[in-house]
Ligand binder design. Structure first.
Ligand SMILES: [Zn+2]
Length: 421
């Protein structure tokens, strides 16, 4: 928004920034378009070299000192990442001679695009207030906003009160362990305060729900379709165990977090079965093995081990009751819920900057989804999630980002950089 009723309260610096950002928005549109043009599709993780080269050039133009880290094979193997580009992590520092560091992370990989797109997903299309393209909202738009914020500070002659460190990392879309997770675990990045992907507008995220993924295998006994009594139908048994788990689910859904969430439904944990199903191959065969997945999301008050136990108990009871079939469970992925420790100064500066730009009171909320922000949070670094927005259609067809959000988000970042110390 350009010059609203609050202008009487703006200082010279803030006036200048807002004017600059609005007047030069072609820069941010141009950059996000170029980023969309490099299809960093993950899996398998393509064109990472080209992407990090472009970003490195942009950072150098802004006077940042850059370094690159290639994720070692041991980490790649540990996370079962196969194929694709070398995993390149770009870190860029702006040392303004201060003691503290504000780290801003962005991931540059994007999820694949289906053939349902109305336009080429890897060619940015600018129409009115929208820029359409894969990754525009998740999260190449934000990369452009952060760099635009630095450019604005520079061109307006405003010096940050804190050292700025940026990181551009791969593989958030497959868990982040081979991207930001690696940088943080190895101590290759430093932060007194951290920011990464999150909400937008007047919402800012302070944490992520936990995640527990499981694969359930129901083993019966295969037989000919004409003589079902000779087998045990694993599909029908699956149906029965699903009914038992449904009772657990209804109990779990009654819980509510005390933390702020953007919507009331998200205040509860979630429990989704059947995102993945496998089994049966032929109409006249009694299916011997049927598999399905569980995606359980935990609120901050919950604990992973307890969540595992609840599920295991239901399965154990079931197995005791039906001895002619066997239900096995394998937990394939997990991450505990995280909430940032509260840093008064950081949260205050962020809240004031957001209020300034959006005109609305900042709302600090926990996000249902998991983002790379958790790596800093787990280390006890005060962290906030904030990014440019489209329609929050992150992984869907015809994803877009709004130009006014790119500009406003850049303003929020610029204000935080110039106010936080
Ligand atoms: Zn993302």
């Amino acid at each position: 928004m350009l010059f609203n009723v609050q202008d009487c309260r703006l200082t010279g610096m803030e006036n200048k920034l807002r004017y600059y950002l609005e007047k030069n928005k072609a820069k941010v549109i141009n950059l996000v378009s170029r980023l969309i043009g490099i299809p960093t599709i993950n899996p398998p993780g393509k064109n990472y070299e080209e992407m990090t080269s472009l970003l490195e050039r942009e950072c150098k133009k802004l006077g940042l000192v850059t370094r690159k880290y290639i994720t070692p094979k041991s980490i790649i193997d540990k996370h079962k990442v196969a194929g694709g580009s070398k995993r390149i992590n770009l870190v860029a520092d702006l040392n303004a001679g201060h003691k503290k560091v504000l780290h801003i992370n962005s991931h540059y990989d994007v999820v694949p695009a289906t053939d349902k797109w109305k336009t080429n997903p890897f060619k940015a299309v600018v129409k009115g207030n929208k820029i359409c393209g894969r990754g525009s909202e998740d999260m190449k738009g934000n990369i452009a906003s952060v760099l635009f914020a630095l450019k604005a500070l520079q061109d307006c002659g405003i010096k940050p009160k804190i050292n700025i460190q940026l990181s551009f990392t791969p593989d958030e879309e497959i868990g982040g362990g081979t991207g930001l997770g690696y940088l943080v675990a190895r101590g290759l990045v430093k932060a007194n305060y951290a920011m990464s992907e999150g909400y937008s507008g007047n919402y800012i995220s302070i944490g992520n729900k936990g995640i527990l993924w499981a694969e359930v295998e129901v083993v019966g006994k295969s037989a000919h379709g004409s003589m079902p009594y000779k087998g045990v139908n694993s599909f029908e048994r699956m149906n029965m165990i699903v009914n038992e788990l449904e009772k657990l689910k209804n109990k779990i859904l009654k819980k509510k977090t005390k933390y702020n969430m953007r919507d009331t439904i998200s205040k509860s944990p979630s429990f989704v079965m059947g995102g993945f199903i496998e089994g049966g191959g032929k109409v006249n065969v009694i299916p011997g093995i049927t598999k399905f997945s569980i995606d359980r999301r935990l609120i901050p008050e919950e604990n992973i081990n307890a969540a595992k136990m609840e599920i295991e108990t239901v399965i154990k009871k079931f197995n005791n009751r039906y001895k002619d079939s066997k239900v096995n469970i394998k937990f394939v992925s997990q991450g505990r819920p995280v909430v940032s420790i509260k840093d008064k100064e950081f949260f205050k500066v962020a809240a004031e900057s957001i209020k300034f730009v959006t005109g609305k009171k900042a709302n600090f909320s926990v996000m249902p989804g998991a983002t790379d922000m958790r790596y800093f949070m787990q280390k006890g670094v005060p962290s906030l999630g904030y990014s440019a927005r489209g329609e929050e259609k992150w992984h869907s067809d015809n994803e877009f980002v709004c130009i006014n959000s790119l500009v406003n988000t850049a303003e929020v970042f610029a204000l935080i950089m110039s106010r936080l110390s």
